[in-house]
Design a protein around this ligand. Structure first.
Ligand code: F6R
Length: 357
């Protein structure tokens, strides 16, 4: 039930800190260390390459998950859109492991790939919010998101839950292989939960950003580099699906190769700047669009901020920033949709789970 909330989406955004804490609890052993079923860790260790298959928001979580797994466990990862993979399968490695990410566990495009790779004799792990869902039953292994039912069509808490579970999977696999992990993920996810709370308490700020940048515009761009780019893709999808504003996420450096032609006087450009090693270069990209008239909204992280930033998120571990930086984007999309009189929880043309090809 949505209780006192006007929309499920807002309730589900607010639930994210709690979901983080539930995930930490559910994946801890008696001593407080993170733990994953040993068969899953073995399947990860045995793989020479991991193929993540997903659609929509879950695909965007997969892109960040690739960074987690490659940086911590040092296993190469490819991320594929399920509807493309089935018809256009890449050359596979010798010992692939397939990871399906699906909130509902029912997405037909993803299931089709699962059936194919099972027929080929490969192992599959499903990361889902729904125990007993089709993708969970048909895979060899399942990891649950523990996010509680997600009712709003626009996925919010499932995305951050997917990121947290992928981070845990990467960390436990890394330790299983014997790679040193130089931070305490339990502690860092706790810091993430606290930062999420602070952002959820700042709704007025995001409402005012939505009012200022998105009330009348036809389009909007999200830019970032590295994992900020992937979060930008998710921010653009959120905005498109519930506010019907044409929105696109771009890699900061790619703009000048064509997309910058779309920048006009007043075009909103939301830039994420949470990564120290690309802080200067993304700010350079913001200057490029401002010179063409864009209305920039820089969202940076504490420690990396400058006077020109519109919002500064609390500092969290540099790998985990997507768990935090997405929350302003979820809330900005929510308020933009509200201001434009859109049906936030049930946008036109969309269904919560897409069970047709
Ligand atoms: C976006 C959204 C969709 C889903 C996609 C995959 O907010 O909800 O893009 O992420 O349809 O759904 P699942 O994760 O259930 O496979």
């Amino acid at each position: 039930e949505k209780g006192t909330y006007p929309h499920y989406m807002l309730k589900e955004i607010d639930e994210q800190p709690l979901v983080m804490r539930k995930i930490i609890q559910n994946y801890q052993d008696g001593e407080g260390a993170l733990e994953i079923d040993s068969d899953i860790v073995k399947a990860m260790k045995d793989a020479d390459r991991i193929y993540i298959i997903a659609a929509g928001t879950s695909y965007h979580a997969g892109l960040v998950g690739k960074q987690f797994i490659e940086k911590l466990a040092k296993i190469p990862v490819e991320v594929h859109i399920s509807s493309e993979f089935g018809y256009n399968m890449p050359l596979l490695s010798e010992k692939p492991l397939f990871i399906f990410i699906s909130q509902s566990g029912e997405t037909a495009d993803s299931r089709q790939v699962l059936v194919q790779v099972k027929e080929m004799g490969y192992k599959a792990l499903t990361i889902t919010n729904v125990p007993g869902s089709t993708l969970s039953r048909e895979a060899d292994y399942t990891l649950l998101l523990h996010a509680g039912p997600e009712i709003a069509v626009a996925s919010t808490k499932a995305y951050t839950a997917q990121l947290a579970v992928l981070a845990i999977l990467a960390e436990v696999t890394a330790r299983g292989i014997g790679h040193e992990v130089d931070f305490d993920l339990v502690q860092e996810l706790g810091i993430v939960a606290t930062a999420m709370e602070a952002l959820c308490d700042d709704k007025e700020e995001f409402e005012s950003i939505a009012r200022e940048y998105l009330t009348v515009t036809r389009n909007a761009f999200f830019i970032g580099r590295g994992i900020d780019f992937y979060v930008g893709l998710e921010g653009a999808l959120k905005l498109k699906e519930i506010s019907y504003i044409q929105a696109e996420g771009f890699a900061g450096g790619e703009l000048k190769h064509g997309t910058i032609a779309l920048i006009e006087e007043g075009t909103p450009v939301i830039a994420l700047a949470t990564q120290e090693f690309v802080n200067l270069s993304i700010r350079g990209n913001v200057k490029e669009v401002v010179a063409r008239g864009a209305n920039p909204c820089i969202i940076s992280m504490s420690g990396l901020e400058t006077d020109e930033d519109r919002f500064v998120i609390p500092e969290v571990h540099s790998l985990l920033t997507p768990l935090i930086s997405v929350i302003p984007l979820q809330l900005i999309s929510y308020y933009a949709a509200l201001h434009r009189d859109c049906d936030v929880d049930k946008p036109r043309n969309l269904a919560k789970s897409v069970t047709v090809e």
